[in-house]
Design a protein around this ligand. Structure first.
Ligand SMILES: Cc1cc2nc3c(=O)[nH]c(=O)nc-3n(C[C@H](O)[C@H](O)[C@H](O)COP(=O)(O)OP(=O)(O)OC[C@H]3O[C@@H](n4cnc5c(N)ncnc54)[C@H](O)[C@@H]3O)c2cc1C
Length: 378
């Protein structure tokens, strides 16, 4: 693809840059609750300016922007160090899935409150014994009197404690092969039969949770994509999760690398040949990430849906981000465990990068089979 921006794309980028200069709300406040409210306000502001759900069709409150404009948007947000939106999972996965597989009623009901962060979404896929092998999940949904009764447990559910809606995959038919017996639901989290318990991460934060469902109720109209089609709808969700990552991450890596180089200079380590080599390597990786994100984008433009290339980008990003934060620890030498600052946080948070959104081993399998065409594992 031609990576040069057209005059319209440049105009879009410049308009966005000036908007960000005028509207950037400054640094995020300390504390989970305050940070959440801050992110909600920020997302409302984005939605008012039609920057939330940028590439969604206009009829659903988006701008109908092109994928290139979406990529520019992601880059510019990172470059401006803009806050995260409160409803990340709704914007990146929930909305696109409802647009791709939802009924007209579902589109009318769910899309707008995702954009404005009035209703926060979470993703209830993983279970204590089903992560990589998602299709083996055990949470069951049984139809009774026109509604679904759900019993089971989910785990690692990011933002479940703030969410109104859960993208829930449950087993509706135990008697067919495992991929075929699944259904995708939108479950209302605000019911007594759904209990959320926080899990504390190595960073000290509790951004993810366990969900316990004991005969939770889901009306039939909250099935997305038809009964028994949950696997296909779940795959759409995961493809969108990975596809959205590339451009912003490449810029974020370069910004972090610049900050790390300042620290390296301050410590008088900029002549160290090993450190220089590691920095050079990280810069190359950030550039490869950007180019592979473009490759993924080309694929989406050709087929209309994200392809397996997103898996490559996610794997590359987690490797590079971990490498970068490890270098930040290494330059501190033996004092590293005694310091507690933003690099310590980044280092600890990066450990999850090669697990969340699909482990690196699983992504390598996808790239081997679906990008390189190697024989299937099983
Ligand atoms: C920060 C964070 C946020 C998360 N948020 C969510 C969320 O919002 N919603 C949600 O549903 N889940 C979420 N998850 C869960 C995440 O999707 C799973 O942890 C992940 O899919 C791996 O599943 P698992 O933990 O059960 O590990 P397992 O699948 O048990 O894997 C254990 C190890 O075995 C390896 N392995 C497994 N199968 C294979 C194979 N076929 N070939 C080679 N190696 C293999 C894995 O790579 C891994 O190293 C989150 C995880 C993290 C860390």
């Amino acid at each position: 693809m031609d990576l040069t921006l057209s005059p319209q794309e440049e105009a879009f980028r410049d308009e966005l840059r000036s908007w960000l200069e005028e509207n950037h709300p400054g640094p995020e406040p300390e504390g989970d609750e305050a940070a959440f409210e801050f992110r909600k306000d920020w997302q409302r502001k984005l939605a008012d300016a039609s920057y939330a759900g940028l590439s969604w069709p206009e009829e659903y409150g988006g701008r109908g922007a092109t994928l290139i404009e979406q990529a520019i948007f992601n880059e510019e947000m990172v470059r401006a160090k803009a806050p995260m939106s409160a409803n990340v999972l709704g914007l990146v996965m929930g909305g696109p899935v409802v647009i791709a597989h939802g009924t007209d009623d579902q589109k009318g009901r769910y899309l707008k409150p995702i954009l404005t962060a009035e209703e926060i979404w979470c993703q209830g896929f993983s279970e204590p014994e089903s992560g990589s092998d998602l299709a083996s999940l055990k949470t069951k949904a049984v139809k009774s009197n026109g509604e679904w009764v759900v019993t089971g447990q989910k785990v690692w559910t990011t933002y479940a404690h703030q969410a109104k809606w859960c993208m829930l995959v449950a087993r509706t038919d135990p008697d067919v092969p495992k991929h075929k017996g699944l259904t995708y639901f939108l479950m209302d989290m605000e019911q007594d039969a759904v209990q959320v318990r926080p899990l504390r991460q190595v960073t000290g934060e509790a951004e993810f949770n366990e969900i316990f469902m004991e005969e939770a109720r889901i009306p039939d109209e909250n099935v997305v994509g038809g009964v028994g089609n949950g696997w296909g709808v779940a795959i759409t969700t995961l493809m969108h999760e990975r596809a959205g990552l590339g451009f912003g991450s490449a810029v974020a890596l370069k910004i972090a690398l610049g900050e790390l180089m300042d620290e390296i200079r301050d410590r008088g380590l900029d002549d160290d040949p090993v450190i220089r080599q590691r920095i050079g390597q990280l810069y190359i990786e950030a550039e490869c990430l950007r180019l592979n994100a473009s490759r993924g984008l080309t694929q989406i433009m050709k087929t209309g849906i994200p392809g397996p290339e997103g898996s490559l980008v996610k794997w590359q990003w987690s490797d590079s981000n971990q490498g970068l934060t490890e270098l930040a620890m290494d330059i501190r030498g033996p004092e590293a465990p005694l310091v507690d600052d933003h690099w310590t946080y980044r280092f600890l948070r990066a450990r999850a990068n090669s697990i969340e959104g699909g482990t690196t081993e699983i992504l390598k399998n996808i790239v081997a089979e679906r990008v390189l065409g190697l024989p299937r594992l099983r």
